[in-house]
Design a protein around this ligand. Structure first.
Ligand code: 4AD
Ligand code: MG
Length: 476
């Protein structure tokens, strides 16, 4: 029978004839194959009898080759593993051409592996990261399913700009070299595929709101796209976002939901993905050793995750945060690139990081932001100048979640759209929600890759998505 490496290492199937297929990680002393098939971070040792094995075959057992092994699972004689396979026959399914196979058994830089992203999951680090990514996706769906949410597929192609930031990728079937023009020389999108201008969505929120106002509790989890030219370690042009939306829930309920949700999915991986987390933790500790003492992290990866799971997120209003920042050392000593002078300033990532990493040293939920630095759909507070927005900031990551209570009052929303020059005709259906059975409702968006960064300790967002899309880069 054919088994996976994970089955062989964890189940009690000793001394049986078994079969296994996988890729050679290393082959040493013409005798010991470390075999991996992706089912676990661990390799299984396969012991080849070189006297009875064809020399031509032995030569073809090289790092990266795909092999089919038959043999017996026995207790291991050597150190480092409990069981091993005594190989009775080995077939080379695919040679690996050792002269130019890029993934040699040595340390490769993440930059090099990014250029070889189609092969990088053959390394322990990237296979662990991508297994965790998969487990987190599952945990997310499980959380919502267990809590009475419906999974909704919001459109990828859209005619509206949900965030009003204008950073969108156009979707068009027009001939780019020779587009039809209107009388006044503009591109005539009426003649385009959809009869109007369309883009890749920046968020599924607006459509999710329509379903929340009938199904009650919904969420979307899909790809979103932003044409912002920010070449940072935390931004992608294509990223995945989880967006729950709930009827009759206010901002306080939204904070409770976000906190419970994040704790739940992180507990899931602590319980189910221990070996991958331990591997990544060791990798990080090695990396930390190369840093000066002062920059080293006080907690290991698993400790950091546990800390988030076991402690309350700190809830702080924007106004309080501005006071803390104004009086902070880096602000007074002009160490920030953007000095905080007065209430109303937009927070930059340096400020967010100061709050979570230096001041509070835990995840922070900032709420009640000034209306004019946030999106049009957020619920205006009684003070007339702040909105019921919340951002969740994480140590090492910065902004992980952005959400709000939504403006449910038709007249206030119309007023706001007018002030921001948002065409009512474009969002007639969104306004209808406020006309027919409107109610308090709230939701948030969690950037999935930022969660995966936190859970794996990876420092660059390009290393937690299979094929990153960033400015000047859409390879694979
Ligand atoms: O704060 P944002 O822009 O919020 C929204 O889009 C709302 N419509 C969500 C909602 O209320 N339903 O984005 C939400 C999160 C951010 O907090 C961040 O984690 C992530 O999405 N994000 C990005 N992740 C990677 N690359 C980018 N370019 C990102 N932009 C936002
Ligand atoms: Mg945001």
């Amino acid at each position: 029978m054919t088994y996976s490496v994970s089955q062989l290492l964890t189940q009690d199937i000793k001394l049986q004839p078994i079969e296994i297929k996988g890729w050679v990680r290393t082959f040493r002393a013409n005798r010991f194959i470390a075999l991996n098939d992706g089912s676990t971070i661990n390799n299984i040792q396969c012991v080849v009898d070189f006297e009875s094995t064809d020399e031509a075959i032995l030569k073809r057992i090289t790092t990266g080759a795909a092999v089919h092994i038959k043999g017996d699972l026995v207790e291991s004689q050597g150190k480092g593993q409990n069981v091993e396979i005594q190989v009775s026959s080995i077939t080379i399914l695919g040679d690996s051409h050792p002269d130019d196979y890029p993934i040699q058994p040595k340390k490769h830089s993440f930059e090099f592996l990014r250029e070889n992203a189609h092969l990088r999951t053959r390394t322990s680090t990237f296979s662990a990261v991508m297994r965790l990514r998969s487990a987190l996706s599952f945990a997310i769906h499980k959380y919502f399913n267990d809590n009475g949410f419906y999974y909704m597929h919001t459109p990828i192609i859209t005619g509206s700009d949900a965030e009003g930031a204008g950073e969108m990728f156009r979707v068009s079937a027009l001939d780019a070299k020779n587009p039809p023009l209107t009388d006044d020389g503009q591109v005539d999108y009426k003649k385009d595929f959809f009869g109007k201008e369309t883009n890749l969505t920046v968020s599924g929120q607006l459509e999710a709101e329509t379903y929340a106002m009938s199904l009650g509790k919904v969420y979307t989890f899909g790809p979103t796209f932003r044409a912002e030219n920010s070449n940072t370690s935390r931004h992608l042009a294509e990223f995945w976002m989880i967006e729950p939306e709930v009827a009759f829930m206010d901002l306080a309920g939204n904070m409770d939901l976000a906190e419970d949700f994040m704790k739940s999915v992180l507990s899931y991986i602590l319980e189910h993905n221990r070996e991958d987390l331990e591997f990544l933790e060791t990798r990080l500790l090695d990396e930390e050793k190369t840093k000066p003492q002062a920059e080293r992290s006080e907690m290991s990866l698993i400790e950091k995750i546990k800390f988030v799971v076991d402690n309350n997120f700190k809830r702080v209003s924007y106004t309080e945060a501005i006071d803390i920042l104004k009086n902070s050392k880096p602000n007074k000593k002009k160490k920030f690139n953007y000095i905080i002078e007065e209430w109303g300033a937009d927070l930059q990532s340096e400020h967010e990081r100061f709050l979570v990493e230096k001041h509070f040293k835990c995840p922070v939920i900032l709420f009640d932001y000034p209306a004019n630095i946030k999106a049009f759909y957020m619920r205006l507070n009684e003070d007339g100048k702040t909105v019921r927005a919340m951002d969740i900031l994480f140590p090492g990551i910065g902004e992980m979640v952005g959400g709000s209570q939504r403006e449910e009052r038709l007249d206030v929303l119309k007023e706001k759209m007018k002030a921001l020059d948002i065409d009512e005709k474009e969002l007639w259906w969104y306004l209808d929600l406020r006309k027919y059975g409107t109610a308090v409702h709230s939701g948030f968006g969690l950037g999935f890759e930022r969660l995966v960064m936190f859970a794996t300790g990876m420092g660059n967002i390009r290393d937690v998505i299979p094929y990153p899309r960033t400015p000047q880069n859409a390879e694979f």
